[in-house]
Design a protein around this ligand. Structure first.
Ligand code: BG6
Ligand code: MG
Length: 227
């Protein structure tokens, strides 16, 4: 692992790291899975975390053995329906739903002049950041519509460093998803996994929840890598 002193920037996932919107994604997918007659399990929910809209739908269909049952147009309709349901859940979203400590952490690193970018797979991320009143802290954002490959491919995190004009080894990526941790590691950045240490065991540093995410804790954890 690199030294903490080398770090110049942070590349953030959004859903499940900055706000609890991953629960809203899960709720909307669960609703669609029920309609399609696909059993909703914790394992499926974890597989979907961090994964793009169409890739998520394909994983749900595959899990139910229905991957060949629908045309591309029908699949687009299902994905649009999920997104409409997700957007309804976002209507009341505001800064009170920022996960514990994350507002303070983002403010702190911004004041200390670290560079900050967003590497979310979500096409709704600009809307979510605005609603959380956090958009002003982000120097750059990767537009997921411009990517060839979604998480776990490293492309999104590699781009997250590039748009800050930083080398991957100068960046820490923050993730709650297995696919996201793999993407950060593949990009050559330091991975900070937030959540279950069994699921996120590939991360360089693992914190059990967002309240542990402070510069001091990161600095200490970088002295004792978990991987
Ligand atoms: C990720 C979420 O951030 O974005 C996934 O973890 C979601 O659950 C993905 O499917 C794509 O989001 P959207 O808003 O473009 O459908
Ligand atoms: Mg996430």
């Amino acid at each position: 692992m690199v030294d903490f002193e080398q770090i110049k920037g942070f590349v953030f996932d959004l859903d499940g790291v900055i706000a609890n919107t991953s629960a809203y994604h899960a709720k909307a997918w669960h609703q669609l899975a029920d309609e399609l007659g696909v059993e909703w399990t914790d394992d499926l929910a974890n597989q979907l975390k961090g994964v793009s809209r169409m890739d998520s739908l394909n994983l749900i269909l595959k899990s139910g053995g229905k991957e060949n049952d629908y045309t591309e147009d029908e699949k687009k309709k299902f994905a649009a329906e999920k997104n409409d349901n997700y957007l309804k859940l976002l209507e009341t979203l505001d800064s009170s739903e920022i996960l514990p400590g994350m507002g303070e952490f983002i403010k702190d690193i911004s004041e200390r002049h670290y560079l900050i970018s967003l590497a979310s797979s979500s096409k709704n991320s600009p809307r979510v950041l605005e609603k959380l009143n956090l958009a002003k802290y982000f120097n750059e954002r990767v537009d997921p519509a411009t990517l060839k490959h979604g998480k776990p491919d490293p492309e999104i995190y590699r781009r997250g460093a590039e748009i800050l004009n930083l080398k991957p080894e100068e960046c820490i990526g923050l993730e709650d998803a297995i696919a996201g941790v793999k993407s950060i590691n593949g990009a050559g950045e330091t991975s900070l996994g937030i959540g279950d240490s069994k699921l996120l065991h590939e991360a360089d540093i693992i914190f059990k929840d967002t309240s542990q995410v402070t510069l001091e804790n990161i600095k200490n954890a970088m002295l004792i890598p978990s991987r």
